[in-house]
Write a protein that binds this ligand. Structure first.
Ligand code: ATP
Ligand code: MG
Ligand code: MG
Length: 374
């Protein structure tokens, strides 16, 4: 079988590795951390920085195709690797998701609506940036934010300067805080021929800026669901994307669909596909980068995916969640990421709860969640 290269060693890389090995491929992971979730399970783990020249030669020479699970792989690294083998997604697609300013301009260029925003590179930009915005707003660093990190709530124009200073004066966007009806996301696969296939639209519930649960199918009108899938597809087409990508949306109280952000990789809100779809998002990534046909992305059952963090949202203890009780539930499937050390806010694993209807799946999932701290 062929050998697949994976840039990044986190849980997304781990679940990709499992899917790839199940399909008969070898996987080589490049990841600086020893004992990483993906590195542990890979056929080979190259322990080096992503931009280590020697490591890239080693990876490039051994792989038939290379993909990524981490959106902050430098574009130069992806470009360098194309000298050895195909790299999916491309550097130019990944780059658009690495900077919120570039990303929002891209969303506008697709004829879609981003959250209303202003750009702040220096203090002198503030007056202009607040123009189209009513407070409260959210100041977000343009780069390297995840799980709500690098975000500050801003209640009035007077607070912007100090908050901007606190970021270390890196480029930021000031975003309108949206009165949300709900959040949804679309995960899709796209192949080199330009064909796409979307997974069912998922509904996401966040706590403190971190995903708590994903419900599928999303409890939204068909026209919202269809519009979200069409928007994600349009973005993927414009990027000439190959692989699996995700788009996060806000549905406003007025029923408007706004694009929050995109991820050039598999996504936490797509983990439900592991247990509730014919094909998981990870298998679809393998299929897309290897030029295989699409796997069926059909949903087989209502499902609720629940994240398990090192501190289970502020319970205080930096401990592994207690999952022994969870295993007593026959329709709940556990996925641990093999992280040795639990830390507050760190994603340690997740579980998918299946039931005949979403309401009872969510009731069961919440009940299990409440038993986890033990
Ligand atoms: P990740 O990449 O892990 O999804 P992130 O750090 O890039 O997270 P965002 O997606 O920008 O963060 O925000 C995280 C969550 O915070 C959103 O899913 C939403 O629940 C809330 N949030 C962010 N921006 C806004 C906004 N403008 N209005 C209302 N809620 C928001
Ligand atoms: Mg993000
Ligand atoms: Mg997000």
């Amino acid at each position: 079988g062929a050998t697949l290269g994976m840039l990044g060693g986190g849980q997304l890389g781990r679940m990709f590795t499992i899917a790839a090995r199940n399909l008969g491929y070898k996987v080589i992971v490049l990841e600086p951390d020893t004992g990483s979730p993906a590195g542990q399970l890979a056929d080979e783990h190259i322990i080096a920085a992503y931009d280590d020249a020697e490591a890239l030669v080693k990876l490039g020479n051994q792989c038939d195709v290379i993909t990524t699970e981490f959106e902050n792989i430098p574009a130069e690294v992806l470009n360098k690797l194309t000298e050895y083998c195909p790299v999916f997604p491309s550097a130019s697609a990944v780059e658009k998701a690495q900077d919120r300013i570039v990303e929002k301009e891209f969303i506008l260029s697709c004829g879609l609506l981003p959250v209303p925003y202003g750009v702040i590179n220096t203090n002198s930009d503030i007056a202009n940036a607040v123009k189209g915005i009513t407070f409260p707003a959210i100041l977000k660093t343009a780069r390297f934010g995840y799980d709500g990190k690098g975000q500050q709530t801003i209640n009035s124009v007077d607070e912007v300067e100090a908050a901007f200073k606190e970021t270390g004066q890196v480029s930021c966007v000031l975003e309108q805080r949206i009165d949300l009806d709900c959040e949804v996301s679309v995960i899709l696969g796209r192949n080199e021929q330009g064909e796409t296939q979307c997974f069912p639209v998922a509904e996401n519930i966040h706590r403190d800026g971190i995903l708590y649960q994903t419900l599928a199918p999303a409890r939204v009108d068909d026209n919202i669901a269809n519009a979200a899938q069409a928007a994600a597809q349009r973005m993927a087409d414009k990027l000439d994307y190959v692989g699996v990508m995700a788009v996060e949306f806000f549905v406003t109280k007025k029923g408007e669909l706004l694009v929050n952000e995109m991820a050039p990789r598999t996504h936490n809100s797509g983990h439900f596909t592991l247990d509730a779809c014919v094909t998981s998002q990870f298998e679809q990534q393998v299929r897309m980068v290897c030029g295989l046909p699409f796997g069926d992305s059909r949903l087989l059952s209502p499902v609720v995916m629940t994240n398990m963090l090192g501190d289970l949202w502020g319970s205080g203890a930096n401990t592994q969640p207690h999952w022994d009780k969870l295993l007593e539930n026959p329709s709940t499937k556990l996925h641990l990421y093999g992280k040795k050390e639990a830390r507050a806010g760190r994603k340690m694993g997740h579980y998918c709860t299946l039931a005949d209807d979403l309401t009872s799946a969510q009731q069961q999932a919440d009940k299990i969640f409440n038993q986890l701290p033990a």
